[in-house]
Design a protein around this ligand. Structure first.
Ligand SMILES: *Cc1c(COP(=O)(O)O)cnc(C)c1O
Length: 368
């Protein structure tokens, strides 16, 4: 058996939308307007309508969305920003890049997301913000996080890079805190054909500052008021994302269907723990991530690789243990254990049950 199964297959979506994508690209090429402009404005308006939010500001990447949202929220040098150690480096990096100090607190092992009780314990007089990450497409527990934020006057910037279209108690992720930072990196649930990102907010002041920061700190070209960035969204990426956005609910439904199929069958394999969906979350399964118990994860992944099945480990090292942050004394056992046990299986909206069956059989054999 040598059928290769990738961890992510973008081809079915591109095939289905080929003509529309070509038309959109042609429209931008003929317009001669490649950065910001009407295409980006239209995309921002469409995302704002989808999320039900007052402002959507297109930027260069999810990382820039975090950096700009934090700065626009008034986070400065010396401020402490509480976040998850079990995420992509960009979450903490954004805080560090603006001179703030990321403070890592342990995760809830059931959801892989920030544990609000741990957040409460690490609030100091210098804490100014919290960055909850909706990891793998599942909401962090936002109500207790927002309660802490109100009580201690903290800004909440949601890292929604993996959770476009996800919900918390029916509310769109990225619209609950002061701002949401989205990524449209090609492999994300809403993916461009290059780097792209977006900030969502209901705060008029934050939106105005973020718009200035993405364009070198200017409201009007060549009249720069503050130091900013070159982080404008490309018109080509916006045009591609406009083709994909109307299909996002269908694509989320496909991922949820595939996840349910996996979960029903994987629950029967001893040593494999499927990801539970929290009662408050509508998980959008950017990743379908299981736990493999008792130090067997790397061997199981190697067996699947031999069978031609792609898997990924997000993330093998918690952020607080990476060389850039390893000088700080932290003991976060839930994050450490997650890093040792997680394995993300192949998932995309159109994955066929027969493909999933091959993954399940290979996993059953590897565990036996
Ligand atoms: C992808 C990702 C980012 C960064 O987004 P880019 O567009 O790659 O800069 C930030 N946080 C998380 C959790 C991500 O998965």
């Amino acid at each position: 058996m040598s059928t290769r199964i990738p961890v992510l297959d973008l081809a079915p979506e591109i095939d289905a939308l080929w003509d529309e994508l070509q038309a959109a690209l042609g429209r931008v090429l003929r317009s001669g307007q490649f950065i910001l402009g009407p295409e980006v404005k239209a995309f921002e308006d469409e995302v704002a309508a989808y999320l039900g939010v007052r402002h959507a500001i297109g930027v260069n990447s999810g990382t820039d969305a975090l950096v700009i949202a934090l700065r626009a929220a008034g986070i400065r040098c010396g401020d402490e920003v509480i976040t998850s150690p079990f995420t992509f480096i960009a979450t903490a990096e954004a805080a560090s890049l603006i001179g703030a100090t990321p403070v890592f607190v342990d995760i809830d092992p059931a959801t892989f997301n920030l544990d609000p009780r741990q957040v409460a314990r690490r609030i100091t007089p210098r804490t100014r913000a919290i960055i909850p990450v909706h990891l793998y497409g599942q909401a962090a527990d936002m109500d207790p996080i927002m309660e802490l934020a109100v009580r201690h006057e903290l800004r909440v910037v949601e890292d929604v890079a993996q959770a476009f279209g996800g919900r918390y108690r029916g509310r769109m992720l990225g619209t609950i805190g002061l701002a949401g930072a989205f990524s449209f990196f090609p492999s994300k649930n809403l993916g461009a054909f290059g780097d792209a990102g977006l900030i969502a907010t209901n705060d008029d002041q934050l939106a105005e500052t973020a718009r200035m920061l993405r364009a070198h700190g200017s409201r009007r070209k060549y009249y720069n008021e503050i130091l900013g960035y070159n982080s404008r969204l490309d018109a080509l990426q916006a045009a591609i994302l406009r083709v994909k956005l109307p299909h996002i609910e269908e694509s989320i439904a496909g991922r949820r269907r595939a996840a349910e199929y996996y979960t029903r069958r994987l629950a029967e394999i001893p040593g494999v723990t499927p990801p539970p969906e929290a009662p408050y979350a509508t998980h959008v399964y950017h990743q379908y991530t299981v736990r493999i118990a008792a130090g067997r994860r790397d061997a199981v992944q190697a067996r699947l690789t031999e069978r031609g099945i792609g898997t990924m480990v997000y993330y093998p090292v918690p952020v607080h243990q990476l060389p850039v942050y390893a000088d700080r004394p932290y003991d976060l056992p839930n994050a450490r254990q997650a890093a040792d046990e997680v394995l993300s299986l192949p998932i995309w909206p159109q994955i066929a049950p027969s493909t999933q069956d091959a993954v399940i059989q290979a996993l059953r054999d590897a565990m036996a």
